[in-house]
Design a binder for this molecule. Structure first.
Ligand code: IVH
Length: 670
């Protein structure tokens, strides 16, 4: 390649890198995997290293991440939030230590503070006079975004610290993340737990953040007014005492060989932890030594991240099949020659969607690299094009649903103004076999009716045998017939009977979730249930087509309303709800009905001093009041805080709605 060609190649890679930054950091919707992204970065750095005429101000060598987004207030970090250099091999660690010795000009003994590197999003919390005053994202390391209210919704983050020895001013840094078990509940919305955390943290409305259970583990400080700590481990202990969460797997070691031993052990147990880790961080424990060592242009000399390898293996694609999901999504799955990846035999790997197949040019017969990380479904990372033979065949993505033959579509997303990458079957329910089976599996799942004796395999089997075709059928099963089936007997049938009987008593919230309406997950089902309080109200709305009533519920938006409307436009779905209501004992949402705010409705605008939206809402609800999300004739009180929306006040005035302050609201409640 001549110089011009090299420059062109380099520029293209930078362009690609910027594009993925945007999708990853700004939209929280990455197009490529973390390892592909790392690979791209590595390629750019390698080119720069080899050819010193190649450089660009946007190169990863000069950038730490992606700029803060436009929609949040900016905040310049008092002390930059830098990243860590990575180590992959023993050799890298030895080099790291050698550089420290060189820098200090001495081979000295020191301890390392060893901390699991949680794969989340870092955040900075500034406390002044013991109160949390600023919560900021990392941004590009220099300038972050003010996300205080969002961070305050995280239960691990104290908003006030009472300990006597807490510094007058301190910036505490740590990782915001979502636990694996919590991610499973929302896995359809985000590519991975890290994206879930970042997407949730960057919501404009803290109420949205609150819907996703985030956690915070503290691990370092930025600015600190009285800095009397001598050791990182001492600081971690103080954090613990002050009421922050620290990692229980933090350790102290004093040699590289001990680090490697711990890394090996940790790499094995990491899949059993309830959070995602992508390595261990080693920090020189002595803070004076840290100060002396200082930083290179973008990373400290006193710390390094020792990464874990994601498990990967090579195999061949035998076929590509389409799976139809509960919401009609058509997911291409590669059937591969079974291969052992990190102790698990893998024979399926997801290809995500049609665009992904085209982008990576994946064909049947191709040799591919597959990665498996944690509980996530294995996926194809890349095609080994060198091994490609003439026999490979291009996969033609079906335009008709392979299960029921209906047309399929890619929906237009009104928010992103783009067509979905996912193609969906247009059959809206039980008319498509695959969708129907998935809907029933959803209905019996743990978070829904939780019918233990009726697993996914049993549902498939009962479908085949024509025993279950609709949700209602579960409650009128022919047990005399089942008892004689292969693999069934008296005990197992009794267990099944009992668990079905037990499942009949169900909360309204779980019931709404179990129906399996798109965009009505656990959280939205709870919001609807809290608001409607009993199943009759729900049935009234769906029977009379008054879906706009849902729009009045704070937290339910147009997307959810459209989905509800669409779902119940199929009268079979209305019938299912009505029939199930006759078979089940759906419990009313029990609330204090006779509180002081009984029959009164409230709406809030502007910042309310000293209380979060969530808290004030629950305060109103505890006293039997309701909260609305728009100013209309049903509203009784508009509670106004700092910087309210003028239009809401104007509307309220026009409709003669009482406008009150937080103080006045508190007075009403006493
Ligand atoms: S120390 C300059 N400690 O890793 C010191 N970082 O690549 C940098 N991380 O942005 C932070 N666990 O998001 C530190 N125990 C830990 C960490 C940790 C996870 C993340 C953090 C940071 C990134 C650095």
């Amino acid at each position: 390649m001549n110089k011009d060609e090299l420059k062109k190649k380099y520029k293209n890679k930078i362009k690609e890198y910027l594009k993925h930054n945007k999708f990853y950091f700004d939209k929280s919707k990455p197009l490529i995997t973390d390892s592909e992204y790392d690979e791209l970065k590595k390629e750019i750095l390698l080119l720069e290293k080899k050819y010193d005429f190649l450089n660009d101000k946007n190169s990863p060598s000069k950038n730490l991440g992606f700029k803060a987004s436009k929609s949040f207030e900016k905040y310049e970090h008092k002390i930059p939030m830098l990243s860590l250099s990575n180590a992959f091999f023993e050799e890298d660690l030895k080099n790291f230590e050698k550089k420290i010795f060189n820098y200090l000009n001495k081979n000295i003994n020191f301890d390392y503070s060893v901390e699991p590197k949680i794969d989340g999003i870092s955040a900075s919390l500034t406390f002044k006079n013991r109160k949390l005053t600023y919560g900021v994202s990392r941004g590009d390391g220099k300038i972050g975004e003010v996300i205080t209210e969002n961070l305050k919704t995280i239960k691990d983050i104290p908003t006030e610290v009472k300990s006597n020895d807490f510094p007058d001013e301190i910036e505490i840094r740590g990782e915001v993340f979502i636990k694996k078990k919590d991610f499973l509940k929302i896995k359809d919305k985000f590519a991975n737990p890290r994206n879930a955390a970042s997407g949730s943290l960057r919501q404009k409305n803290p109420e949205e953040t609150k819907k996703i259970p985030l956690n915070f583990i503290a691990y370092t400080f930025g600015y600190i007014s009285d800095d009397n700590f001598r050791y990182q481990s001492e600081f971690l202990m103080a954090l613990d005492k002050w009421g922050f969460q620290t990692n229980k797997d933090n350790k102290i070691f004093s040699s590289v060989s001990q680090l490697i031993k711990y890394h090996r052990r940790f790499e094995e147990i990491r899949f059993d932890l309830d959070y995602d880790v992508d390595g261990l961080v080693y920090k020189v424990n002595d803070l004076n030594l840290q100060k002396r060592l200082g930083f290179t242009s973008n990373a400290p000399r006193w710390a390094i991240a020792h990464k874990f390898s994601a498990y990967s293996a090579s195999t061949q694609i035998i076929n590509i099949e389409i799976q139809v999901g509960r919401t009609g999504a058509l997911t291409p799955v590669a059937k591969v020659k079974p291969v052992n990846i990190g102790g698990v035999v893998v024979s399926n790997a997801t290809l995500h969607n049609e665009d992904e197949i085209n982008r990576k040019d994946i064909r049947i017969g191709d040799f591919v690299k597959i990665e498996r990380a944690g509980d996530v479904i294995p996926h194809v990372i890349e095609v080994d094009k060198k091994k490609r033979t003439k026999d490979v065949t291009k996969f033609k993505f079906p335009l008709k649903c392979p299960s029921c033959g209906s047309d399929t579509i890619k929906e237009f997303n009104l928010v992103s103004k783009k067509y979905d990458a996912v193609r969906r079957c247009t059959n809206d329910g039980y008319g498509c076999e695959k969708i129907a089976i998935e809907k029933i599996k959803h209905l019996i799942s743990k978070e829904a009716l939780n019918i233990e004796g009726l697993g996914k395999k049993v549902v498939e089997n009962f479908w085949e045998l024509n025993l279950i075709r609709k949700p209602q059928d579960i409650f009128s099963l022919n047990y005399e017939y089942i008892i004689n089936l292969d693999g069934w007997g008296k005990t197992s049938v009794n267990n099944l009977k009992n668990s079905i009987e037990k499942s009949k008593k169900v909360s309204l919230q779980k019931f709404i979730y179990s129906i399996g309406i798109r965009h009505i997950g656990i959280e939205n089902a709870k919001i609807i249930s809290d608001n409607l309080k009993n199943i009759s109200n729900f049935i009234k709305i769906i029977k009379s087509n008054e879906f706009d009533k849902f729009l009045n519920i704070d937290g339910i938006g147009q997307t959810q309303v459209n989905s509800l409307k669409n779902f119940f436009s199929n009268k079979l779905n209305v019938k299912i709800v009505v029939d199930l209501n006759n078979q089940l004992k759906i419990e009313n949402k029990i609330l204090n009905k006779n509180g002081i705010l009984k029959d009164k409705s409230f709406m809030f605008t502007g910042k309310l001093e000293g209380i979060s939206r969530a808290e004030v809402k629950s305060l109103v609800e505890k006293n039997s009041g309701i909260t609305l999300s728009s100013v209309n004739k049903n509203l009784d009180f508009l509670v106004v805080g700092e910087k309210p929306t003028k239009k809401k006040i104007e509307q309220a005035n026009k409709l003669g709605i009482k406008i009150i302050s937080l103080k006045e609201l508190k007075k009403l409640i006493n």
